[in-house]
Each structure stands twice: as C-alpha cells, then as structure tokens.
Design a protein around this ligand. Structure first.
Ligand SMILES: NC(=O)c1ccc[n+]([C@@H]2O[C@H](COP(=O)([O-])OP(=O)(O)OC[C@H]3O[C@@H](n4cnc5c(N)ncnc54)[C@H](OP(=O)(O)O)[C@@H]3O)[C@@H](O)[C@H]2O)c1
Length: 227
C-alpha cells in the first residue's frame, strides 16, 4: 500500500512589533513606554485591508500572554480576527465574535489557509509577544517585518531576535519621532534574499505589503537588491 502524502498549506504572515535597541519588547507583562502614535500605527497597519478586499478583515495572531496584556475594554482588537495561541486545553476565552484559539503556530497558519478564512481574511499579522516572535521572526513564511525601532535602551525582560539582514532589506524608514521623551522610527523590512534573488525582484513583487507601507518605498533601499 502506498501511503498518501498529506500536503498542508500555511498562510504567509507579516510581523508588527515595537522594540528597543537591544530588542526588548516588554517588562512585567506590559509595554514599558507610552507611544500613542505607535499605537495608532499598529491599529492602522493591522486593520487596513487592500482596496479590492474591503469585504475582508485581517487576522492578528498573538500569544496568550499578549491577549492577557490587552486591557479588557480593548479586546478583542476590533475589526480583526484575533487568533490567540495557547497550549492549554482549559484556557477559556469567553465566546467573543472574531476570536479563535489555536494550539500551535503552524496550526493557526494552516487554519487561516483554508475555508472560510482563506476567503474572509486578507492579511495575517503576527503581533507578539516574545515567545511567539522568537519562533516566527525571520521564518520562511515571514514576508515582512514592520518594526517600531525605539532608539533607547529601556529596561525590558522580554526580548526578540534581531531582523536577519541577510534575508530582509529595509523597504521604508520614517523620520524619527519623539513622544514622551522616547525617540523612535517606523521601519519596514521585506524578505528579499539579497544574495539569491537580486536579479528577479521588482517593486511590484511587494504588492502584498499594506498600501500605507507599499506607497512609502523610499530611497533607503537603493543600496539593496530591489529594483
Ligand atoms: N513591544 C511590542 O510590540 C509587543 C507586542 C506584543 C506583546 N508585547 C508584550 O509581550 C509580553 C508578552 O510576551 P510573552 O513572551 O511573555 O508571551 P506571549 O508570547 O504573548 O504568550 C506566551 C503564551 O503563548 C502560548 N504559546 C507560546 N508559544 C506557543 C506555541 N508555539 N503554540 C501555542 N501556544 C503558544 C502559551 O500560552 P499558554 O500558557 O496559555 O499555553 C504561552 O504562555 C506582554 O508584556 C506584552 O505587552 C509587546
């Protein structure tokens, strides 16, 4: 008897995260900074769908501790499918509309690749926290990393790996912003495998990016392989 190979498709994803110079993202289960413009950026990038997909919503995948860290009145994050990762079989999120739980990252990405989510979900964002990002950062399914780069060393106890600049190139970097005494900028990196694909990549190949980022491509990448 010939065993049938089961092929599973997973959704690709983009990461959205704010990190300090040494890649700290949290302290004592909270964000150790108050950056309203960053929260607005997060809301806009994770909520906006492509203009031809206005009937769809995006998905945000997060670890259970990140879910717990969102104040009750703000969760689930509205107008997005909230996918909460937990290994616990007893963890019970009250039945909210637009909230599902998954027991692993691959199972979440597989679920989002099949009906009904393959039809109803536009983009998939992984939004933290540390445990989840340590697994998916720079992963093969990661198309882009939108990082709020905080130009300070703020005391943190949760860290993520740095962006692998052999695989990801900067697409856009904002001018620095200072809020509540903290200087930061918004930087978006795209997977471009500089060494391998440099002859093939075109700007149009990155139309999967949120429009607010795609339209902002700047001269910063001129030294990179993007044409
Ligand atoms: N700076 C930023 O941009 C940013 C973004 C998001 C979050 N944060 C911060 O990050 C902190 C939370 O990060 P964290 O590292 O402590 O926790 P986390 O990654 O948010 O969540 C960890 C939990 O997720 C579940 N989990 C982890 N890996 C899993 C896997 N492979 N499959 C299934 N479930 C998995 C487990 O839940 P169970 O224990 O239920 O099994 C685990 O305890 C919070 O303070 C939050 O404010 C910062």
């Amino acid at each position: 008897m010939v065993a049938k190979m089961q092929t599973t498709i997973q959704r690709t994803y983009q990461i959205v995260v704010a990190a300090t110079r040494d890649f700290g993202i949290a302290k004592d289960g909270k964000l150790p900074w108050k950056l309203p413009s960053d929260l607005n950026f997060f809301k806009e990038i994770t909520t906006s769908t492509s203009s031809d997909h206005t009937d769809k919503m995006n998905a945000v995948i997060m670890g259970r501790k990140t879910w717990d860290s969102i104040p009750l009145q703000y969760r689930p994050l509205p107008n997005r499918l909230n996918v909460v990762l937990t290994r616990s079989t007893t963890f019970n999120i009250p039945t909210f509309e637009n909230v599902i739980t998954c027991s692993s990252i691959p199972s979440a990405l597989e679920l989002l690749a099949i009906s009904p989510y393959s039809m109803s979900i536009d983009k998939v964002f992984v939004i933290g926290g540390g445990q989840i990002l340590r697994e998916v950062m720079n992963g093969s399914g990661c198309e882009a990393i939108h990082m709020t780069e905080i130009d300070e060393n703020i005391d943190c106890d949760t860290f993520i790996p740095p962006v692998d600049t052999k695989v990801f190139c900067p697409w856009y970097s904002s001018l620095p912003v200072t809020e509540n005494g903290v200087r930061y900028r918004f930087v978006s990196y795209v997977r471009c495998n500089c060494n391998l694909d440099s002859e093939k990549l075109k700007v149009e190949d990155f139309s999967f990016l949120p429009k607010m980022i795609f339209d902002k491509r700047s001269e910063i990448s001129s030294g990179c392989c993007l044409k």
